[in-house]
Design a protein around this ligand. Structure first.
Ligand code: UDP
Length: 264
């Protein structure tokens, strides 16, 4: 396996499957079994799931309602999806923890970085709910930020399209797919990979992104087994990796991780 720790970003919309709204049980179970398969190989898996199948803050704005209120509603939508994914994983006997950017004590732990890392080290699948807990952001931004915080090796953006194309392949039949592209090229070609906040976080922290088709069964595992698929976005080898924030030899943070109380 190429990666030790991954952050998988799934869109809420993809959870709808063929439905117009909500959660498609078959799609949900498919995602859970794919995550189970890769977690079983020892890869540490963190997941951020969107809320677009239920609510987006901009919808409130379109109706003349308060955007901030709408964004909080969107964040709650991501918690609903996260809870659904957690249940699906538990049904498959995968150990999980749901950490939320908004405090919702009865159903999830608050997001605490050291605790997230500890869960991952123990082999639990960690789901980050409620985005970053602030309005005017997206779950793509949450995926980038959390990935940087937990020092994931890569953000895997699972979509229904199998990578980044020169144009929208659903509208333009002449569009071609990039196997690999640099952060700078994405910007100069004005390609839509993630929203700009999320993308900039990855670029500035040299965190690679892979956009791939998550809806084809087995793709996640094949990707992690090194099969060429999707589009890799990185800096083209200009810089040597990211500086570890939690280097066990140098960082004061590491002993504190070990001192966290054991989670049942
Ligand atoms: N949201 C937010 N802050 C965050 C993450 C999400 O305000 O940190 C809100 C925002 O309104 C967003 C909605 O939650 O539209 C659902 O998330 P997103 O649109 O990213 O879901 P996806 O498109 O991936 O399904």
């Amino acid at each position: 396996m190429k990666y030790n720790r991954i952050l998988l970003k799934l869109s809420g919309e993809a959870l709808m499957g063929q439905q117009q709204y909500g959660i498609d049980a078959e799609r949900l179970m498919q995602y859970a079994s794919e995550i189970k398969a890769v977690a079983a190989t020892g890869v540490q898996v963190a997941v951020v799931i969107g809320g677009g199948n239920i609510y987006r803050g901009v919808e409130a704005e379109a109706f003349g309602l308060d955007r901030v209120q709408g964004d909080y509603m969107g964040m709650l939508a991501t918690v609903i999806n996260s809870m659904a994914l957690q249940s699906a994983l538990e049904k498959l006997e995968v150990s999980t923890r749901l950490l939320s950017g908004l405090t919702i004590q009865r159903v999830c732990e608050p997001y605490i970085r050291r605790r997230a890392v500890r869960h991952l080290e123990k082999g639990r699948v960690v789901i980050f709910g409620a985005g970053i807990g602030s309005p005017y952001f997206t779950t793509d931004s949450a995926a980038s930020l959390r990935a940087i915080e937990i020092e994931a090796d890569v953000v895997l953006k699972g979509t229904r399209v199998d990578g980044i194309y020169t144009a929208d392949p659903e509208k333009d039949p002449t569009a071609t797919r990039f196997d690999q592209i640099t952060f700078d090229e994405v910007l100069s070609k004005n390609l839509n990979v993630m929203d700009m906040t999320a993308f900039t976080l990855c670029k500035e922290n040299n965190l690679p992104i892979i956009v791939f088709d998550m809806n084809t069964q087995g793709n996640l595992e094949r990707l992690l087994n090194g099969e060429a698929m999707g589009t890799l976005v990185n800096d083209g080898g200009k810089r040597d990796g990211r500086k570890p924030l939690l280097d066990p030899k140098k960082s004061l943070l590491q002993p504190l991780v070990g001192n966290q109380p054991e989670q049942a």
